[in-house]
Design a protein around this ligand. Structure first.
Ligand SMILES: [Fe+2]
Ligand SMILES: [Fe+2]
Length: 198
């Protein structure tokens, strides 16, 4: 894979230093997933003329907080005075929205566009920046992902990023409904914006 050399625009250190910190924060399987997301986000950034270093940093940190305990997330929600409704949700939502604060504190990454891409990577958003889309889609189609439509989703990702956002949003909602799982309200907002025909 092509390795992006950091100019320290977004993380105060080298890519290798960031890799070390990420590796310490998650188990091996998730670390491999994270490397796949970074690789995919960088490829998609090239296709969409986006900053490769920014895509790389966002890809590497998107699941940085995924393995923190519920207790740690609850402390961070209170400490950062985030919406108290977050306390009613779980890891699926916390690792993005609350994870962004943990990333800022521990990795000293302050770029709001990167932090927003982390916040939005699980359920998307009505308004998504190019970086939001790169991370949302890369998370869905990175090489270790395996589900029946993954090849189709991958080809869509490289052909048309917006279409890939649409496909992923519908696919994820369908999955949650089929599994009788709770749907976070913002996931419905994303669906209404991106999938519903107007
Ligand atoms: Fe995630
Ligand atoms: Fe992920």
């Amino acid at each position: 894979m092509k390795e992006v050399e950091y100019q320290e625009h977004f993380f105060p250190g080298t890519r290798q230093e960031l890799l070390n910190k990420v590796k310490q924060s998650v188990k091996e399987k998730r670390y491999q997933h994270i490397l796949g997301v970074e690789q995919t986000a960088v490829k998609l950034a090239e296709i969409n003329q986006f900053d490769l270093e920014k895509a790389s940093v966002a890809g590497l940190v998107h699941d940085y907080a995924k393995e923190r305990t519920a207790a740690e997330f609850k402390v961070a929600i209170k400490q950062h005075q985030l919406d108290p409704d977050l306390l009613n949700w779980g890891n699926f939502i916390w690792h993005g929205v609350v994870g962004a604060e943990i990333i800022r504190d521990e990795l000293r990454i302050t770029d709001e566009e990167i932090l927003n891409a982390v916040r939005r990577h699980t359920v998307g958003a009505v308004e998504m920046t190019t970086l939001d889309k790169l991370i949302y889609v890369a998370d869905f189609v990175e090489p270790s992902r395996d589900f029946p439509d993954v090849e189709f989703a991958r080809s869509l990702a490289y052909a048309d990023l917006d279409q890939a956002v649409r496909f992923e949003t519908k696919h994820t909602l369908q999955y949650l409904l089929n599994a009788n799982q709770t749907v976070y309200p913002r996931a419905i907002d994303t669906y209404n914006q991106w999938v519903v025909k107007k």
